[in-house]
Design a protein around this ligand. Sequence first.
Ligand SMILES: [Zn+2]
Length: 280
Amino acid sequence: MNIPSLKIGHFQLHWLNGGHFRLDGGTMFGAVPKVLWEKKCPADANNCIPMCNDVLLVQTPEHNILIDTGLGNKLNTKQLSIFQITSPWSIIPQLASLGLARADIDAVILTHCDFDHAGGIVMHGKDGREELAFPDAVHFIQRKEWEDVENPCRRAQSTYWPENFSLLKKEGRLTIIDGEQEIFPGIIVRYTGGHTRGHQLVEITSDGETAVHLADLFPTHNHSNPLWIMAYDNFPLEVIDLKEKYFSHYQQLNSWFTFYHDLEIKACKLDPQGKICRSL
Ligand SMILES: [Zn+2]
């Protein structure tokens, strides 16, 4: 089982398989004409392109942190066919291969609450009952995002699924964040908005090295042009501004940009012109 990984100072990053699916290529590239995006991402007969949902495991000397949770194992037959699942959620066996049990995860950071990021918060256990996948982890969500989980607008109703969040409050494993917080030394979450109303990024710093997880603001390396944004973005003009701001900020720090939805590249660095100059 090959698990891509990257060292950031004293921390270790691992990309775990949160499930592969296929989404409409046009929706993934918004207003970009198909003749342009298809050169980078060939579509199938249904106009769909393959994508992963890579859950990032961040290991510090003291803590194990997950960023997002993948698709989970609760999808029904209809959902499995709609989303064309080509590789199942394999977080737990992959953690085991790294010597970690579910109870070893100390924190789960949710960049936002769409089903492809939050589907693995609650899982079907051995007896088929719903249980927290990471029972001892504190789950960190921005306040605005949680407000939309509890009271979703009509568009969000199709991607914020109540069964993904039902146990968080009941089991006392939810921590709401307002803006910015250092969760553990070197692990900072920062409110962004843009993709969803309460979207957040994760900044990882150790020993002078930095990686940033921009989640769905920068879903794949094919979205490195700030204007190449998804039709899924709820606040598209904000996303363009946020990409310009954070690309420049983190490029100056010589930071790695890590990906969640990219099947080819797990992380990249940008040059001052915003072009990809190094990749993993
Ligand atoms: Zn996503």
